[in-house]
Design a protein around this ligand. Sequence first.
Ligand code: HMG
Length: 388
Amino acid sequence: MSVGIDEISFYTSNYYLDLRTLAEVQNTDTEKYYQGIGQEKMSMAAPDEDVVTMAANAALPLIERVGTDSITTLMFATETGIDQSKSAGVYVHRLLNLHENCRVVELKQACYSATASIQMACALVARQPDKKVLVIASDIARYDLDSPGEATQGCGAVAMLIAADPRLVEIDPEVGNYTEDVMDFWRPNYRTNALVDGKYSTKIYLKSLKKAWQHFYEASSLAFNDFSHFCYHLPFSRMAQKAHQTLAKFNKSGLAVEQLEQQIQDTLHYNKTIGNSYTASMYIGLTSLLENCTENLANSRIGFFSYGSGCVAEFFSGRVVAGYEQFLHRDKHQQMLAARQEVSYDEYLDLYRYPDPRDGSENTIEAKTSGRFRLTEISNHKREYAAI
Ligand code: HMG
């Protein structure tokens, strides 16, 4: 029996800032963003959106297709938590009308926790193959204004159904892990924006890649040239290019730069215009590959490198299932991205600065999202959500 990803669907906000606009205001060359970090646009969450509404929006198409009966666990991966105690997933459980016997838990380790969720979900399904686990990763990436990280903001959520005999990607049991206590990126509880040592974070990312790969290589019978495509954690798309070149060199792959580019380029389309969505980003990259690659990927082997600052990293592998293309949500995703609204720099600042009360004050939130769920108010210290 194989276990893996049976459905995948993502959501991002209906607002974006073109990085050309940011470059103009900052008097920076646009090519620094378009080429240097490989990003063109970044999604900005609407005032009435948060990780809960984005998660419910991501999962809705999947629920509409497969129903709720077989889902026995919801795992919610995020580093944009809204509560220190209650899982954001419990709100999503209600918004999606999941079964009262479905367990819910929230997981955190920077951008890595969606991968931890998937591995745990695979183990649960291996134990009870008739059950399915809904894994949702949802995040809003925020850095200080005028900091080097500003151009790498973004937001998004991805929902995946983990099941036996999956229709999209079988996940192999062998993994390579690497953990090290480092301060490359973190967000203390009193801050809304992450702190980051940007250059150091890219070095640790690449070191973790080599370490996790080495561990994977010892555990698996697969070698670098057994993979046709690679999905990397995508803080910005140039990072994946650097990572892939590093891994190819480490393995003495002998592949030309163009061949290496071809192995990752289709994973980058969506993220280039969404920005970093932390836990969700690698899996939005996988969706981009499955939905945009013109060659048939059936039976192709995909390598995954998941990285969460702090840091925990994992390399694992998957095999694309024949017939996968019938079970995607390609049109829905592409229509959602095409319908987004560009904002001016001032509108971007308004979205960035929209009050996010941390002091318990009352707040009625204006209706702005074009999604199907919204945060309506914060009242008596409670977040109120509604389906539209
Ligand atoms: P920076 O320091 O302002 O940029 O910000 P830079 O000066 O290094 O330039 C970036 C690239 O643009 C360079 O290319 C320049 O040469 C090039 P490289 O040397 O890297 O190949 N460039 C140009 N190219 C064409 N035309 C031009 C031009 N000018 C310059 N005119 C930095 C970069 C990554 C530091 C910043 O964006 C940042 O701090 N980002 C946030 C941290 C981050 O994303 N780190 C990634 C690894 S950590 C991670 O992935 C985890 C994370 O997702 C969090 C989590 O796990 O939860 C972040």
